[in-house]
Ligand binder design. Structure first.
Ligand SMILES: NC(=O)c1ccc[n+]([C@@H]2O[C@H](COP(=O)([O-])OP(=O)(O)OC[C@H]3O[C@@H](n4cnc5c(N)ncnc54)[C@H](OP(=O)(O)O)[C@@H]3O)[C@@H](O)[C@H]2O)c1
Length: 327
């Protein structure tokens, strides 16, 4: 496992981290024993950075991470998020009172006195024009409740605005072979300001795992069943906003570019790691075997310039016209 520096925190975080949404049980059934085994496997494989949120399983994911802290001695970082508990995303919702309640609830779930990194959870654009909100977060840092803070965003424009605030340490954004716009302008700006990039949904909700086919069926409570067109939340979060059939056709082409001995699932992560602006990829996993496969992406050989170019061509022809301008 290789490690990269996160923002100006001085932390060295594993370039493959752990996305703890699915272990909250919000998409498909999960067993806490499998989830904990997956978390342990991540630590065993060198992962030292875990991404969760107060809403993942309504705190279940945070509580599992608290158990992991109790069961293991080594140091690792947990980043959680606040804001999605609001019934409606409005600037007024990001008040001192609400943020205090969210932060205290996460502290309790995580069984800790201080949150390593708190991310605002895809707030509306108004929040980025509101220095007051970031002032409140600064106060929490001063009070010792947060070590650092960052943002999780839907759109590149939100990220560009967010990183104008000097104490934003990280931007979490969807970045994968099917979502390439962040590399155009945002990555350069983030590097200039020493802001970390957390690449979420690295496998386009599993589309880039190469294991999904037209015949795949998803559980009733799995967002891949009910949010393909953004019916419940941002369309871009499910399959990175790519039409399912179009995505599968592109995956067929990408499979031909996978280096010998690797899988498409690993290659999708390796592709992300080729971008030095990225601090880490955050693959979601819920079983130890998935985690073990994910961590090996860090040790894979770099993809050749020819392969990178061919992946770009597939994106440009099949995916870019459909999604590039949206996020
Ligand atoms: N707004 C936000 O801040 C936000 C939104 C979305 C996600 N996130 C974060 O990003 C993380 C990752 O996103 P995600 O979970 O949506 O998508 P993802 O990592 O792109 O895809 C998850 C899918 O990958 C599959 N998978 C995992 N390991 C695999 C392996 N080794 N081989 C083949 N397939 C594998 C899983 O399969 P199975 O279905 O079989 O388990 C699952 O279908 C989340 O856990 C969360 O921490 C944040």
């Amino acid at each position: 496992m290789n490690y990269r520096t996160l923002g100006r925190t001085g932390w060295k975080v594993s370039e493959i981290s752990f996305g703890a949404w699915a272990i909250g049980g919000a998409w498909g059934n999960v067993d806490d024993r499998d989830s904990l085994a997956a978390l342990h496997a991540a630590l065993d494989g060198g992962v030292n950075f875990f991404d969760t949120a107060d809403v993942y399983g309504d705190g279940r994911s945070e509580r599992l991470l608290a158990r992991l802290r109790k069961e293991r001695k080594e140091k690792f970082y947990i980043t959680t998020k606040a804001g999605s508990r609001l019934p409606k995303q409005t600037l007024a919702g990001y008040s001192r009172k609400n943020l205090t309640a969210f932060i205290h609830r996460s502290l309790k779930n995580l069984n800790t006195d201080v949150i390593d990194l708190l991310q605002l959870h895809c707030p509306p654009m108004d929040v980025y024009y509101s220095p007051e909100v970031f002032g409140i977060l600064d106060d929490f840092v001063k009070a010792g409740k947060l070590r650092y803070y960052g943002v999780s965003v839907e759109k590149v424009e939100e990220a560009l605005k967010a990183i104008e605030f000097p104490n934003v340490q990280s931007v979490q954004i969807i970045f994968n072979m099917f979502r390439q716009r962040p590399a155009e302008l945002l990555f350069g700006e983030a590097q200039c300001r020493k802001v970390g990039i957390l690449a979420r949904v690295p496998r386009a909700s599993g589309l880039l795992s190469g294991k999904i086919s037209g015949a795949s069926r998803f559980a009733k409570d799995d967002h891949r069943n009910f949010n393909r067109h953004g019916e419940a939340f941002d369309r871009g979060e499910t399959f990175a906003g790519v039409d399912f059939a179009t995505g599968l056709r592109a995956v067929g082409k990408l499979k031909q570019l996978v280096p010998p001995g690797a899988s498409l699932a690993q290659t999708a992560l390796r592709w992300i790691l080729e971008f030095p602006a990225v601090t880490c990829a955050i693959p979601g996993a819920k079983r130890p075997a998935q985690v073990s496969e994910n961590v090996t992406a860090s040790d894979l050989k770099s993809l050749s310039p020819v392969t990178m170019k061919k992946i770009d061509e597939i994106y440009s022809k099949q995916i870019r016209p459909l999604v590039h301008q949206y996020w």
